[in-house]
Design a protein around this ligand. Sequence first.
Ligand code: FE
Length: 248
Amino acid sequence: MKSMKRLFPSLILFTLLVSACAPAAPQATTAATTPTQTSASATQAAVSPATSATATAPATAPAAAVPAATQAAATPGALPTQTSAAAIACTSPAALTVALTEGPYFKAGSPERSSLIEANTTGTKLSLSGYVLDTNCQPVAHALMEVWQANAQGQYDNAGYTLRGHLYTDDSGHYQVETIVPGLYPGRTEHIHIKVQAPNGPVLTTQLFFPGVAGNDSDGIFDPSTLLNIQQTADGLAAQFNYIINTH
Ligand code: FE
């Protein structure tokens, strides 16, 4: 009994010391609640495991890759308040994203994938991300997105599915797809073809364009309202675009 009385204050002191020296919990909280990373930096963390951030906090790296989902969980019923360049600027009722021609090269049956980049893909990497919203600025979860484009030489793969794919938005309406900057082909400026469709909703077919491309001015299909918001990243470009679609 006597030894227990002596031991008890020591245990309390030891517990206090351990609590004061444990940094793991505060770090995890910071990573989860302050997703100030842009999509681009999240991508870099994912592809550059040797970065100091990843090396010192490996347990938080997966959370950084899905900041939108984390925000949605923290604020149910509210729009994600992402602080990156992809921040949602939407005022209800929002104008629908403009529909643009499908062109001659759409091909049904593309594979589901979040990266169109394959082992032999050349060109400037482009990480394309954003949100799909309805006209009330509400996220559209599980929206189907078809992406197809020319390769860096301006050629479409009409025999197979190179640089073709489809994916779905997550619960917060967010999407991200890895691809490359398309090359030019006669008569067209740089563009990426997209179809977006809410579950059981109508299909929006449109095209995305790149700011500052000389060919934009002479392209009859070009529409400035679907210009991408682009930033340079360590290994290419990050681009954002938010779609406003009809859901029924
Ligand atoms: Fe095209």
